[in-house]
Design a protein around this ligand. Structure first.
Ligand code: FEC
Length: 307
């Protein structure tokens, strides 16, 4: 019998400042950015120390997840493919096929499904797997997985414990995910519903009733993106009399540019200007508890599929 492959898919980042132009061009589907846009993005990488830690953290997550699954009686070989960096999703599928893997389960390192985010990863992997004769099944979302929700709730609890500027039981928790163009809603995409359900479940788990959702990191494309934007929500909270807020970027599972810059620098600046203490939840990264939750998601999916 051929081994089952675990295809872990992630966004990918530039490997260094010299690689930002090629990476940005790939993110923009082959259209090179203007010199100004490129300089602006390079400036954001410079502000977080010159590069994003995303790939290293993802590699740790992939190895940890493989170990976790194999120690619980499964036999999987993990492969990592990225959306916007080498090795691409298609390269990872090819590698699996070269290694004799005949069937694979795919998992995207993003908890919420949208056709424009997770859907694109699945589409690319499926196309290549079909060409190579690899059978696939995909976890499309784990936004409401109970172990994931418990893990996030414990991170939110830790962040609330750091609030010093107001009674933490009254401190709002702002759950955010990456914004997407509003046109996703035309095709009935439930991305906003999934973010809301994660927020509801985490708040219920914690018994914390002060919470709301927001969108972050909207693209600079000129069209309308999902809102409200996180920074606007933070100034509204300050105007409403709050002295503190917790930011939980639950649409991401790793430290990277959209967390280390968009929240730790940009949103922190907005919060400071509004007189708000902003405490961010620690990212899941390769925390063993988080990887156990993900392993559970994979096992449940495989048993539902009868694999
Ligand atoms: O650390 C890093 O360097 C990578 C951080 C990173 C993550 C990420 C996740 C998501 N994105 C999503 C959608 C879009 C859409 C566009 C877009 C553009 C960018 C740019 C950078 C970037 N994204 Fe990203 N995204 C990350 C980084 N993203 C850099 C380009 C500059 C900018 O706009 O800031 C617009 C594309 C276009 O111009 O046509 C749409 C979604 C996610 C969350 C799901 C996932 O992780 O796949 C959705 C991490």
């Amino acid at each position: 019998m051929t081994e089952t492959g675990l295809l872990v898919m992630s966004y990918g980042t530039a490997r260094g400042l010299d690689d930002v132009e090629a990476y940005y061009t790939h993110v923009r589907r082959g259209r090179p950015p203007s010199p100004e846009a490129l300089q602006e993005l390079r400036g954001r990488y410079e502000a977080i120390g010159g590069r994003s830690p995303l790939i290293e953290i993802t590699e740790d997550q992939v190895r940890g997840l493989e170990k976790e699954l194999n120690s619980s009686g499964f036999q999987v070989g993990a492969y990592h493919g990225m959306k916007h960096q080498h090795p691409y999703i298609e390269d990872a599928v090819r590698q699996m096929s070269d290694h004799g893997v005949g069937a694979a389960i795919g998992l995207v390192l993003a908890p919420h499904y949208s056709r424009f985010s997770v859907g694109e990863y699945v589409e690319r992997a499926t196309k290549r797997a079909e060409e190579l004769g690899v059978k696939t099944t995909f976890v499309k979302s784990y936004h409401d997985d109970p172990a994931f929700v418990r893990f996030i709730a414990s991170r939110v609890g830790d962040a609330l414990a750091k609030v010093t500027e107001e009674d933490a039981t009254q401190t709002p928790v702002v759950f955010s995910a990456h914004s997407l163009p509003v046109r996703i809603l035309e095709s009935g995409d439930d991305y906003p519903g999934e973010l809301q359900r994660t927020a509801d479940a985490v708040a219920r788990e914690l018994g914390h009733s002060e919470y709301l959702t927001a969108w972050q990191s909207a693209g600079r494309t000129g069209e309308e993106w999902l809102g409200p934007d996180l920074t606007d929500v933070l100034s509204d909270l300050a105007s409403a009399g709050h002295r503190a807020a917790v930011s939980c970027p639950v649409g991401f599972v790793s430290d990277h540019l959209e967390v280390l810059y968009d929240i730790d620098i940009e949103a922190q600046d907005a919060a400071r200007a509004a007189g708000l203490q902003l405490v961010r939840t620690e990212s899941p990264n390769a925390d063993p508890e988080f990887l156990r939750a993900l392993a559970g998601v994979v096992r449940d999916h495989l048993s539902r599929e009868g694999w």
